[in-house]
Design a protein around this ligand. Structure first.
Ligand code: ZN
Ligand code: ZN
Length: 248
């Protein structure tokens, strides 16, 4: 009931979110059009590279957010370690209050930590909660810059092919991660897993079993490189285990 009421009150916000998503997809489509203007075999390696870089970003951000200590004083530990029902009014009120005091950055960091003990919660998050801040703060501005550059500068089409793959992989990274924690997904998720463009839940489980490896959650191509980086940083005393859970 509380959730339904909250949804109703948020109709203008939902409309704004749909609008932003529409503008983003239109902008990506325009970049795809710029790529198709002059077909070139270089588009294929460029797209593979764009997909790889997006995967690597998903892994680097995940690693940072997992181990970044939560800002003290926000008392996120109260909701993280809450022992009663997570459907209860007490919990939902506390969740709303705590979330109202933190920005999108802190929220993303909390979501990463929270998804270790409760991975299914990530799978249940609505699309906007998963990708909204990434689209607004990063993917949309980059895509619009691409549109502008393509309009005014003589940039080769294959570069736009790489950009489109990077934008889709980057913008939807947390959606792809969420799909690893959901039993039912759209058909294209299964198809992309079959050809290796997305990783499987079994491959991602390695991260949940250790919390010390395989942070990338798109296709996982960059995990060998990120695992090496993780070991190097740990050997230097960084990425302390205490950052994995919120403090008071
Ligand atoms: Zn993690
Ligand atoms: Zn996960």
């Amino acid at each position: 009931m509380a959730r339904q009421a909250a949804m109703k009150g948020n109709l203008p916000a939902m409309r704004r979110q749909q609008m932003i998503l529409f503008v983003f997809l239109a902008s990506v489509a325009l970049n795809a059009g710029l790529a198709l203007r002059e077909p070139n075999w270089l588009a294929l390696p460029a797209m593979a590279l764009g997909w790889y870089v997006a995967d690597m970003l998903s892994g680097l951000i995940h690693m940072y957010m997992d181990y970044r200590p939560c800002t003290p004083g926000k008392r996120l530990n109260d909701i993280f370690f809450y022992e009663g029902s997570r459907e209860s009014d007490e919990y939902l009120t506390m969740l709303r209050q705590r979330m109202a005091t933190i920005g999108p950055f802190e929220r993303i960091s909390y979501d990463f930590k929270n998804h270790h003990p409760r991975p299914d919660a990530l799978g249940r998050r609505p699309l906007w909660r998963l990708i909204g801040s990434t689209v607004v703060l990063a993917a949309l501005p980059v895509s619009l810059l691409g549109n502008l550059a393509g309009w005014f500068l003589p940039i080769p089409g294959w570069l736009f092919a790489g950009l489109v793959a990077f934008l889709i992989g980057g913008a939807f990274a947390q959606y792809f991660h969420g799909s690893l924690h959901r039993a039912h997904n759209p058909w294209f998720i299964a198809a992309m897993r079959r050809v290796g463009l997305l990783m499987t839940p079994a491959a991602h489980q390695v991260h949940h079993d250790t919390l010390q490896r395989d942070f990338a959650t798109n296709c996982g191509w960059s995990n060998p490189a990120i695992n090496r980086l993780f070991r190097t940083l740990r050997a230097r005393g960084m990425l302390d285990d205490r950052g994995l859970v919120p403090s008071a």
